[in-house]
Design a binder for this molecule. Structure first.
Ligand code: ATP
Length: 416
């Protein structure tokens, strides 16, 4: 039986991964997991998400097929007891897949990937559930059925690229208090296991980034290549007592959300890989964000490196009109929120006002030409000059402290 779950938490506490971890323990009496529990990240731009748009699924082999309805009751009961129903934005969904077939697999493989790359309606999830007669339970507006069905779909069809995350949960009495984690042990675990684990610390920004600061039950999460790597790092970390821990298989850090596209095809709330030419040089806007315009075939879009991307902005600031780049990121308000950039070619020439009498000539206004302030000489043309560049072609990414769950770190490109 595949069980998919979503949308049980609120910003004030709880976490669907914790609910699943508790459920896994309860289900031990009825059977065993057939594979790793699945933690999938869906479209990161969905406005209804609480934090990271996570959805969960497990595949349980029941000891006795006659227990199916007891298991369903147990799952529904656990969600009813643990979900934060008081939050208007919490709309839990539970999906049970019992008899998979090819037609269901076919439909779900498309639905699940759309949940990561596209924006779905609750109606679409319900139509699929009804068409294939899939047992399910939706609460309140039933939005959680979208994520629950998508996660169940990945459990049924598999994830092509995947990573692992070991999540350690806090003892209940500590929820809400500052997390007690020995920082030296975290740096040591990173040094011993990187690059098989990643995003535990941010070296450039001198921060530990694997622990949230929110009220939820998560103490920390270790991301890595496989179970062995995350367990090795885990064994080195000293911290407050851990209530339980789980190793999930995930689509995190795989770039599954990115759609290769042309600028004119871009839609709001989706994430893309776009090639183009820098058509307006970067400028710094209020808040320390850096913004430039990218164009291709007559279509243009603004790209932004937000302030939290820290040192990444140094690269973006150095771009010039004419540079050839490929950008990776999500589109919100018709602007690409940059996660990575590949600089393919840097222009080495720039059009500038000519130099006269040892000084650069001044523009007289639109269509008026340029004038030397010293001798009064005029010029209509701009001069082509070779510009020194302080960046090189290459692939650049935001630092770990600004990484989105789905974004694939550069270190993984050399691993696969
Ligand atoms: P947390 O990370 O803390 O577990 P969350 O960020 O996962 O929380 P949810 O509370 O699960 O957020 O809310 C996200 C809601 O959006 C869910 O109801 C889910 O079904 C729905 N959803 C997820 N992906 C899509 C999508 N692509 N289109 C439409 N709705 C979606």
């Amino acid at each position: 039986m595949i069980i998919g779950l979503d949308d049980t938490d609120s910003r004030d506490g709880m976490c669907t991964t914790y609910l699943m971890a508790v459920l896994i323990e309860k289900l031990e009496a009825f059977g065993s997991l057939q594979d790793y529990p699945l933690l999938v990240r869906l479209n990161p731009n969905i406005k209804y998400k609480t934090r990271g748009n996570a959805a969960l699924a497990i595949n349980v082999r029941l000891n006795d097929a006659n227990d199916a309805s007891k298991v369903k009751e147990l799952v529904i009961d656990t969600v009813e007891k643990m979900a934060v129903f008081s939050d208007e934005n919490t709309n839990p969904g539970i999906v049970f897949i019992e008899i998979p077939n090819e037609s269901l697999k076919n439909d779900l493989s498309k639905f699940s990937i759309r949940a990561v790359q596209d924006v779905l309606e609750i109606r679409e999830a319900k139509e699929l559930l009804e068409r294939h007669d899939i047992s399910h339970r939706g609460f309140k507006n039933e939005r959680g059925l979208i994520g629950a069905l998508a996660a169940a779909g990945f459990a049924l069809c598999g994830l092509y690229d995947h990573t692992s995350e070991l999540i350690a949960y806090r003892e209940k009495k500590n929820w809400g208090s500052p997390r007690n984690i020995d920082e030296d042990s975290v740096w040591a675990a990173n040094a011993a296991t990187y690059p098989d684990t990643w995003d535990t610390v941010d070296i450039e920004n001198e921060r530990i980034v694997f622990a949230p600061h929110s009220l939820d039950p998560i103490l920390f999460g270790i991301r890595g290549k496989n179970e062995e790597s995350v367990r090795r790092a885990f064994s080195m970390i000293k911290s407050e007592p851990i209530e339980r821990h789980i190793v999930y298989r995930t689509n995190q850090n795989t770039d599954m959300h990115l759609i290769p596209a042309k600028i004119h095809e871009v839609q709001e709330d989706r994430s893309y890989i776009l090639e183009g030419i820098v058509s307006k040089s970067p400028k710094t806007i209020t808040g320390g964000h850096i913004i430039f315009e990218l164009s291709e075939d007559g279509a243009s879009i603004e790209c932004v490196a937000f302030e939290p991307t820290k040192g990444f902005r140094r690269i973006i600031r150095e771009l010039r009109e004419g540079d050839e780049v490929t950008v990776f990121g999500s589109v919100k308000d018709n602007t690409v929120n940059l996660e990575k950039i590949r600089i393919t070619r840097l222009t080495m020439q720039e059009l500038r006002n000519p130099v006269c009498c040892g000084k650069r000539m001044k523009s007289m206004g639109k269509g008026q030409g340029k004038r030397c302030e010293k001798c009064g000489g005029m010029s209509k043309e701009q001069a082509i000059e070779i510009v020194p560049r302080r960046i090189s072609p290459g692939f650049y990414e935001v630092p770990p402290c600004a990484r989105r769950h789905l974004a694939k770190p550069l270190i993984r490109f050399s691993q696969s």
